[in-house]
Design a protein around this ligand. Sequence first.
Ligand SMILES: NC(=O)c1ccc[n+]([C@@H]2O[C@H](COP(=O)([O-])OP(=O)(O)OC[C@H]3O[C@@H](n4cnc5c(N)ncnc54)[C@H](OP(=O)(O)O)[C@@H]3O)[C@@H](O)[C@H]2O)c1
Length: 258
Amino acid sequence: MNRNSIGFIGAGRITRIFLEGWQRAQKLPARIVVSDCHADALARLKARWPDVETTSTSTAVAGQDIVFLAVHPPVMAEVCTGIQGALGPDALVVSLAPKFTVAKLTELLGGFGRLARVIPNAPSLIGQGYNPVCFSPSLTASDRSNLKSLLEPLGEYPEVAEEKLEAYAVLTAMGPTYLWFQLQALREVAAGLGLTEAEIAPALNRMVCGGTRTLLESGLTPAEVMDLIPVKPLAEMETQVTELYRTRLPAIYQKIKP
Ligand SMILES: NC(=O)c1ccc[n+]([C@@H]2O[C@H](COP(=O)([O-])OP(=O)(O)OC[C@H]3O[C@@H](n4cnc5c(N)ncnc54)[C@H](OP(=O)(O)O)[C@@H]3O)[C@@H](O)[C@H]2O)c1
């Protein structure tokens, strides 16, 4: 169990994903304090984790050893200026948001530079996350290992260059949303064709993982991979979907880049 006290400013999806991931790995830190501007978000958290302390004031969270900033970029400046002065000298602040660089966060926090950034992804909920991390140079080896021990139960946490984080936000943080609805539609169709959930689950899992690995690792060109199967019932949507990827994703990247 992590001995540091943990704070989250923001009691939304990513905070619940972290808590659930830790819970399922039986690595829930002993002391967790969460703030949010919505009482119902805090109540929802409390219903699932009665031992988690909830508060409407972010300064109470800022007094913890490791403070996660789990809010969206539009409120990040207000949140940071609000906790200036409430952070302990040895605290570690970890932003989970895109757009705000370590340099910008340091400025908003009045010169506080003990910072890391993580772009997490939702499969962290079951310990299968891909959570790229970058550390500010001032952090010690012990700071880094404290954060790594929190990321460990959630999945992989490669250390990456800060300027790549927003690209990971498009690839891995938002990535599941491009695929989940299609996988669920396929799951429902397969059920309608008479397969049980016990039959569908391993088949779908292996099809997606094996398909991805064939694209990435077979040594065939992408065209050769895609030509391995001659019957493509959804072929006519490929042009439109590819176009959506090529236009929407660079557009969201432009919006979230620093
Ligand atoms: N969900 C993911 O899979 C994921 C992945 C990678 C990164 N992230 C990042 O994580 C951050 C949070 O995302 P999320 O998915 O958890 O969003 P979310 O579900 O909308 O949760 C954010 C929570 O913070 C609250 N909030 C807003 N202003 C606040 C303030 N001043 N003080 C305290 N709480 C405040 C929000 O209230 P309102 O509803 O009123 O705004 C909401 O309850 C974002 O920067 C996002 O990019 C999320």
